[in-house]
Design a protein around this ligand. Sequence first.
Ligand SMILES: *[C@@H]1O[C@H](CO)[C@@H](O)[C@H](O)[C@H]1NC(C)=O
Ligand SMILES: *[C@@H]1O[C@H](CO)[C@@H](O)[C@H](O)[C@H]1NC(C)=O
Ligand SMILES: *[C@@H]1O[C@H](CO)[C@@H](O)[C@H](O)[C@H]1NC(C)=O
Ligand SMILES: *[C@@H]1O[C@H](CO)[C@@H](O)[C@H](O)[C@H]1NC(C)=O
Ligand SMILES: *[C@@H]1O[C@H](CO)[C@@H](O)[C@H](O)[C@H]1NC(C)=O
Length: 405
Amino acid sequence: MQSIIFIPFNTMVATVILSWLLVSADAKTLESEVEVLRAITMSVDPVSITEYSFLSTWNFDLDPCESTGSDFLGILCTLPQDNSSSQITTLDLEGDGYEGFLTPAIENLTALTTLNLRRNQFRGPIPTTISRLGNLTSVLLSNNFFSGNMPDVGKLKKLVNLDLSRNLLSGPIPDSISGLRRLTLMSMSNNELVGVVPDLSGLWQLNTLDLSGNQLMGNFPVLPQNLRTLNLARNLLSGRVTSLQIIENLESIDISDNRLSGNIDPDILTLPFLKYLNVSINRFTSVEVNKFADDSSLLEVLDMHENRLQGNLPINLFTYSNLTSLNLGHNVFTGPIPEVYGDRLGNPWQSLFLDYNFLEGNVPSQFTSTHVDIIGSLAHNCLNCPRKLEICRGGQRRASECAKQ
Ligand SMILES: *[C@@H]1O[C@H](CO)[C@@H](O)[C@H](O)[C@H]1NC(C)=O
Ligand SMILES: *[C@@H]1O[C@H](CO)[C@@H](O)[C@H](O)[C@H]1NC(C)=O
Ligand SMILES: *[C@@H]1O[C@H](CO)[C@@H](O)[C@H](O)[C@H]1NC(C)=O
Ligand SMILES: *[C@@H]1O[C@H](CO)[C@@H](O)[C@H](O)[C@H]1NC(C)=O
Ligand SMILES: *[C@@H]1O[C@H](CO)[C@@H](O)[C@H](O)[C@H]1NC(C)=O
């Protein structure tokens, strides 16, 4: 009785195993790609491969693409329809803390679309051979110690996401980057890149551009039309800011800490989706603020501190109904604090810095009201600023300094 049940059951299992073997025999990993995986493990310091990290699951007694579940974590493969071998499409070793080099043999993963080594401790150059991997759509190498020049990514025509931020890359950004028409994310922030920013106007899908924290110089770059987030902070860009006001979808602009000059175009402040604008630590000399016509400005943060802005404080800022943080400190503004600024204290302004200017006269009465809870400073001006007020702490300029203005 028992054996009658046992036999068909066993046959069924055998059939399943056999057909599985037939299918998977066809899907063995291309030998040249197994070699690349070996080369990858060999160029990582074994001490940095911890027990539970992905590389510790790579067991070369097994076939990488055939292994499922618990072996060869961090790779994905093609599933070929015909007899051909499997190829690796994704290599994802993010955040495992590996120390070592990235092997030039990576060039033999010809079907690779995603390379993610973010948040490790890879050092040395990014192999130039990477520029042959024309199937790549995402190259994510941020937060490592990669050094040397940026690889020439211009041939990676399918590239959508390029994140090389927080490394030690030096040299220029290759001009060929101008031709990567599918890019939506480009981040090379916090490296040691030099030279000018290539013309990016053709990257019409580019959503996020972050080149902050480098030593990029020259004129303000030519930017693409569909940008939402722009960060060029902490570089050496100079001259006037051109054509930002026509990039309609911008939500966040940080061009702080450069050498930019001229006026801040009033149409930048009225961009319909803009929430954050930081132009601080530059050499801008004037700002004009247009009334925000339909009372639906989304602007929340406006930082213009440490420029050479002169004239009266821009009165129309009171029409920006979502503004919570305003910093106009360290400029050369003169004249009184507009009465309407008083109406905005705590409503919606939460943070107001007007320190280190040459403002004069009495502070609007709301400033002296005890129930206004706001952080900020009016110090180092030429104001009648009652010393008992927290916001006046630090004192005012000497009369001789004020007379000069
Ligand atoms: C699959 O492999 C067999 C034997 O190796 C060969 O005869 C056949 O033509 C191959 N089929 C395809 C679609 O490549
Ligand atoms: C890529 O594979 C080819 C053929 O297997 C081999 O000759 C070559 O050395 C490999 N490339 C690298 C950089 O190892
Ligand atoms: C892209 O991958 C396919 C295999 O999926 C390969 O045949 C082709 O050569 C690759 N293209 C490039 C440019 O490497
Ligand atoms: C504006 O940029 C400067 C310099 O990069 C930075 O220190 C400051 O915190 C930024 N301001 C805001 C409000 O984010
Ligand atoms: C901006 O302000 C308007 C009008 O005061 C308000 O209706 C809207 O909810 C605010 N939007 C945001 C994102 O805070």
